[in-house]
Design a binder for this molecule. Structure first.
Ligand SMILES: [Zn+2]
Length: 211
């Protein structure tokens, strides 16, 4: 069995940041990261994520079957197995219920990533997946067409999922997006009825920076 100590500690750190930062409440959310070629670690179901210890993380195979650890893996494990199956470059997945990002989906507002240059540079577009019943196969089905081309996806009336090389990387993406969502709300409160994207020539310049 591979040594997963470092990955377990990385997951614990991210879980604590998610809870401390208000990205999740109670037993919400789930985090995973690859551990070897054929397996990954994931948070257990029904536990407060900010209180988890390294040995609470479950080692599962790419079908989501538990290889090591006790308890049930996260009820959203099929979202994680789908992302690892489709994205060989992704090493970690964070799913949380960030209030501001989730509010955008409740207000039926597409997230305007093209309005803020640093968000656009980091993410390109940030799509919203259609509503899916949490913890069912509807969730992976709702994001399947979006996973290949995006680092972050909002889940309608539910939350967000971000992908990264490591748990910390995926967490930083979530943090950056939630922070941007606050900025966009403040602009709205200050009187901007509709947040406009950057003009096409400005977006082209940013595209050149990425490519
Ligand atoms: Zn959720």
């Amino acid at each position: 069995m591979v040594d997963t100590t470092a990955e377990r500690i990385a997951l614990v750190r991210v879980c604590r940041k998610l809870q401390a930062g208000g990205f999740i409440a109670a037993t919400d959310g789930n985090v995973s990261c690859r551990a070897g070629l054929e397996s990954f670690l994931i948070t257990p179901s029904g536990k407060a994520k900010g209180e988890l210890l390294p040995l609470d993380m479950l080692l599962v195979n790419l079908d989501g079957e538990v290889l090591q650890g006790s308890g049930r893996p996260s009820s959203e494990i099929r979202m994680h197995t789908l992302i690892y199956a489709l994205r060989g470059d992704v090493g970690a997945v964070v799913h949380a219920h960030p209030p501001m990002l989730t509010a955008f989906t409740l207000a039926s507002m597409p997230f305007p990533a093209e309005a803020l240059p640093e968000v656009y540079l980091s993410f390109g577009a940030v799509p919203t997946a259609p509503f899916a019943t949490p913890s069912t196969d509807e969730v992976p089905r709702s994001i399947e067409a979006l996973v290949a081309d995006h680092q972050a996806i909002l889940l309608e009336r539910h939350g967000a999922v971000t992908m990264g090389a490591t748990p910390h990387d995926a967490f930083l993406k979530l943090e950056k997006l939630e922070h941007a969502a606050h900025t966009l709300l403040y602009a709205h409160l200050l009187g901007k009825e509709r947040i406009s994207p950057l003009p096409p020539e400005a977006l082209h310049k940013l595209d050149r920076l990425i490519s």
